[in-house]
Design a protein around this ligand. Structure first.
Ligand SMILES: NC(=O)c1ccc[n+]([C@@H]2O[C@H](COP(=O)([O-])OP(=O)(O)OC[C@H]3O[C@@H](n4cnc5c(N)ncnc54)[C@H](O)[C@@H]3O)[C@@H](O)[C@H]2O)c1
Length: 262
């Protein structure tokens, strides 16, 4: 049997993807559905999440759920709904993140914007992962969780609410991986580079700094997300930060060699 033929076990596995209405979350949720995995698409935007479900390879396996993840009560309702809609959630992807606005630098960002970013990225990510883990532990089932972090977990972005929330998520991945490992629940981070996905309005000139010569697309993230999420492909991977950036993070103050004579 081919190793990569059946990465998932749809009879016993189901997924919940936050931020599934747009960009990277949407691409991952649709890819999971394409693998036959029943998946809850959670997002604050009713229109986009409905469209994402309809455009799925198998819409009958996709369940839309509209909620504001900044509201802890909405997270509880999502947990209850996910279980009744798709059964025990074994695979969790946290991709939701409020919009990034370049104007929100350290002297400008409002308290409300700061708290919204933390509430969606960190608080909801922690709360959802912990409650899903409790259910899996009680049922003695393995699981796989994936958090979308960022290169800006480690380097400034001029958006302190965003970079600090991603740094917090990067540590949360390590904490949860260590605590949940003994129960067969793996927790990893997916670290995108510059992905022209909706949440990031990319200047095409940025491609000059990317060794693979182009900005990323959401579809560049989905195959790696599936590989890390799969308990068959990545059974021994936990606490890892998987960078998918076309080499962007290799850029520094030295330009690559000119190689004019080749
Ligand atoms: N695009 C990039 O270049 C890039 C780079 C590094 C990290 N990331 C991370 O990857 C993830 C996806 O990025 P993207 O560019 O696809 O983002 P995006 O803005 O296109 O999608 C984010 C989704 O989250 C949803 N969302 C926002 N607030 C919400 C809330 N309160 N409750 C529920 N849903 C909410 C939005 O409606 C949207 O559909 C994010 O966590 C982002 O930080 C993206």
């Amino acid at each position: 049997m081919s190793l990569l033929n059946t990465p998932f076990d749809p009879a016993h596995e189901a997924a919940l993807v936050t931020g599934a209405g747009n960009g990277i979350g949407r691409a991952i949720a649709q890819a999971l559905v394409g693998e036959g995995v029943r998946t809850v698409f959670a997002d604050v935007n009713r229109e986009t999440v409905t469209a994402a479900v309809q455009a799925s390879p198998r819409p009958e396996l996709a369940v839309p759920w509209v909620c504001d993840l900044a509201d802890p009560g909405a997270c509880d309702a999502l947990l209850a709904e996910a279980q009744s809609a798709v059964g025990q959630v074994t695979h969790f992807v946290h991709s939701a993140s409020p919009p990034r606005r370049e104007a929100d630098h350290a002297l400008a960002v409002s308290r409300e914007t700061w708290e919204q970013m933390r509430a969606v990225n960190v608080d909801a990510g922690f709360h959802l992962a912990r409650e899903l883990a409790r259910k899996l532990i009680a049922a003695q089932q393995p699981g796989s969780f994936l958090f979308l972090t960022s290169l800006h977990a480690g380097t400034p972005r001029n958006l302190p609410h965003y970079s600090t929330s991603k740094a917090a998520l990067a540590m949360l991945v390590k904490e949860l991986a260590r605590t949940f490992g003994r129960f067969g629940i793996r927790v990893n981070a997916l670290v995108p580079g510059a992905i022209a996905a909706g949440g990031f309005v990319a200047d095409p000139a940025l491609a000059r700094h990317i060794p693979l010569g182009r900005l990323g697309r959401s579809e560049d993230l989905a195959p790696m997300a599936l590989a890390v999420l799969s308990n068959r492909v990545s059974a021994y991977v936990t606490g890892a930060a998987i960078v998918v950036d076309g080499g962007l993070s290799l850029t520094n103050w030295f330009d690559p060699p000119a190689l004019d004579d080749l």
